[in-house]
Design a protein around this ligand. Structure first.
Ligand code: URA
Length: 180
């Protein structure tokens, strides 16, 4: 039984029963860079693949600008099941539950050198409360294991934001590439 099967069977939080697909990462074994976004959206829930909808397309552009091959990174979400209407507010404990149950295991399995935490939800796992995308520029942590965590704006913020947000995302991805 694979990690993906285990996650699909998970009922540890109320989202477990509500989805079409639990969305897991796609592994190039030993990927040096791991991306962690928030939670699957409509497209991801339907297709069972992470970051392939509008936000994912913006991410792909940013990766391309930095010269990171999407197929070489492990893309995933902190939360693996789509919250109805993409609204996490009714499910306050889900980030913690899903991260503790699945993300830590996934990190162990993939063994990345660097994780890019995309957006506030993912960043909260390593940086505590982050108020806005304007806080992300200097966010970087090295865990005792040596794993480097880099904060970045969520690619969906580019859809509603400014060129500045896109530059911040590119900057964080560039840093991840240097570390990896
Ligand atoms: N937004 C996310 O945070 N993750 C996805 O997979 C898609 C949209």
């Amino acid at each position: 039984v694979s990690l993906a099967d285990d996650i699909r069977a998970c009922r540890a939080c109320p989202l477990g029963g509500l989805l079409t697909h639990a969305v897991t990462g796609e592994v190039p074994a030993g990927a040096a860079i791991m991306l962690v976004a928030e939670a699957p959206g409509e497209t991801e829930d339907r297709e069972g693949r992470p970051l392939i909808g509008p936000a994912g397309k913006r991410l792909d552009l940013a990766l391309g600008e930095v010269g990171i091959d999407r197929a070489s990174v492990y893309a995933d979400n902190l939360i693996h099941c789509r919250p109805p209407r993409n609204d996490l507010r009714p499910y306050p404990g889900v980030s913690q539950t899903c991260g503790d149950l699945w993300l830590d295991r996934t990190i162990e399995m993939v063994g990345p050198r660097v994780i890019v935490a995309l957006g506030r939800t993912a960043m909260s796992r390593w940086f505590g409360e982050v108020r806005s995308v304007y806080d992300t520029s200097e966010l970087q942590r090295v865990l005792p294991s040596g794993l480097v965590i880099v904060g970045a704006p969520h690619p969906s913020a580019i859809l509603h934001g400014t060129a500045w947000v896109e530059q911040k995302l590119v900057q964080s991805l560039r840093r991840a590439k240097e570390v990896a």
